[in-house]
Ligand binder design. Structure first.
Ligand code: UDP
Length: 327
C-alpha cells in the first residue's frame, strides 16, 4: 500500500490516478488546505496534517503502508519570499514529522517532489543533477533542505528515497476531469487560460528585461501525467532494492513567457491580452532540464513532449471547469 501525502493536490491527484489505473493500492493523506476532495475521486482518503505524527503512524499501520509519495508542501515562489515562516514550518518541519512517523512505523521507501527551484540561477545551459544547488527563493531553499533531511535519514536509518526535481508541472489529465486549481492561482499557464476565458483582464508578464532571447523568463514545461509516470518508476526502483538518488524531470526544451502566451493564443484561438509588469522576486532567468539520467536509469520517456499538447490538455480542463473544482 502506498500513502500519498498531498494526494488531493494538483500533482498528487494526477499521480494517484495513474497509480490506481495501473492496479496499485493507494491511500491519500491530505489536510485539504490547498487540495480538493473532488480530485481524490473514490480513492481511500484520510484527512490529516503531516504534523500529526500519531495519525500518520496509525494510518501507516491501518493500511499496511510500505511506501510514501510525499507531495504535501506549499509551493509558491512569490509567497515564500514574503512569508518564509510558513514555508520553513510546513515544508521543512512538516517533512521532519513525516520522516519520524515513517521511522516509527518502519516504512522504508519515499518518493519526494523536489524542484528545479533548488538549482537557482545556473545560466543558459541544460541543468543536470550535478549542477550546483543554490536556490534563489525560500521555496527552493525548503525543497533543498527537505532533500538534505532525506539524505541524512538514509545514512543514519537506511530510509531509501528518490527526489524528483520537477521543472514546470503543467497540463491536465487527458480526461479533462481533474486539473490545476490553486487559490489564488499563481502559475503561468492557468492564469493565461483564465485570461482567455475572460476571468481576468489580461496576463501580466513578470519582467521583460531578463538576459534571455526575448527578455522574459524561460522555463521547461512538463506534462503532469509524465511526472506521475516518473513517480511510479521511482517507487518500483526503490522496491527492487535501488539506492537513494535524485532525478530531474523536464522536457529539455525551454519556452519564454511570451512564447507560452503565443502558444496559448494558437491553441485557444483567442487573442489573449498581455501586459508587461515588474519582475517577481525569486525568479531565475532560465531553468531548463537535462532529464537524461532518469531516461537512462529508469526508462522514463515523456509522452507529451510539445508545449501545444500540454497547453491543449490544460485548456480542456480550464474551459470545462472555469472555476476549477468549485461547483
Ligand atoms: N509568470 C508571469 N506571469 C504570471 C505568472 C508567472 O510572467 O502571472 C512567469 C514567472 O515569472 C516565471 C514563469 O512565468 O518566469 C513561470 O512561473 P510559474 O509561477 O508558473 O512557475 P515557477 O517557474 O515559478 O515554478
Amino acid at each position: 500500500m502506498i500513502l500519498v501525502t498531498g494526494g488531493a493536490g494538483y500533482i498528487g491527484s494526477h499521480t494517484v490516478r495513474e497509480l490506481r489505473s495501473r492496479g496499485a493500492d493507494v491511500v491519500v493523506y491530505d489536510n485539504l488546505v490547498t487540495g480538493h476532495i473532488e480530485a481524490v475521486g473514490d480513492a481511500p482518503f484520510v484527512k490529516g496534517d503531516i504534523f500529526d505524527k500519531d495519525l500518520l503512524v496509525k494510518t501507516f499501520q491501518d493500511y499496511n503502508v510500505d511506501s510514501v509519495v510525499h507531495f504535501a508542501a506549499y509551493s509558491l515562489v512569490g509567497e515564500s519570499m514574503t512569508n518564509p515562516a510558513k514555508y520553513y514550518r510546513n515544508n521543512v518541519a512538516g517533512t521532519l514529522s513525516l520522516l519520524d512517523a515513517m521511522l516509527e512505523a518502519g516504512v522504508k521507501y519515499l518518493v519526494f517532489s523536489s524542484s528545479a527551484a533548488t538549482y537557482g540561477d545556473t545560466g543558459d545551459g541544460l541543468i543536470t543533477e550535478d549542477s550546483p544547488q543554490r536556490p534563489t527563493s525560500v521555496y527552493g531553499q525548503t525543497k533543498l533542505m527537505m532533500e538534505q533531511l532525506m539524505s541524512d535519514y538514509d545514512k543514519a536509518y537506511g530510509m531509501k528515497y528518490v527526489a524528483l526535481r520537477y521543472f514546470n508541472a503543467a497540463g491536465a489529465h487527458i480526461s479533462g476531469e481533474i486539473g490545476e486549481d490553486h487559490h489564488p492561482e499563481s502559475h503561468l499557464i492557468p492564469i493565461i487560460l483564465q485570461a482567455a476565458l475572460g476571468l481576468r483582464s489580461h496576463i501580466g508578464i513578470f519582467g521583460d528585461d531578463y538576459p534571455t532571447r526575448d527578455g522574459t523568463c524561460i522555463r521547461d514545461y512538463i506534462h503532469i501525467t509524465d511526472l506521475a509516470d516518473a513517480h511510479i518508476r521511482a517507487l518500483d526502483y526503490l522496491k527492487s532494492g535501488g539506492k537513494s538518488t535524485y532525478y530531474n524531470l523536464g522536457n529539455g526544451n525551454g519556452f519564454s513567457v511570451k512564447e507560452v502566451i503565443e502558444t496559448a493564443r494558437r491553441v485557444t484561438g483567442i487573442d489573449i491580452p498581455a501586459k508587461v509588469e515588474g519582475r517577481r522576486a525569486g525568479d531565475p532567468a532560465t531553468l531548463v532540464a537535462s532529464s537524461e539520467k532518469i531516461k537512462r536509469e529508469l526508462g522514463w520517456d515523456p509522452q507529451f513532449d510539445t508545449l501545444e499538447e500540454i497547453v491543449a490538455s490544460a485548456w480542456k480542463w480550464h474551459s470545462s471547469h472555469p472555476h476549477g473544482f468549485a461547483k
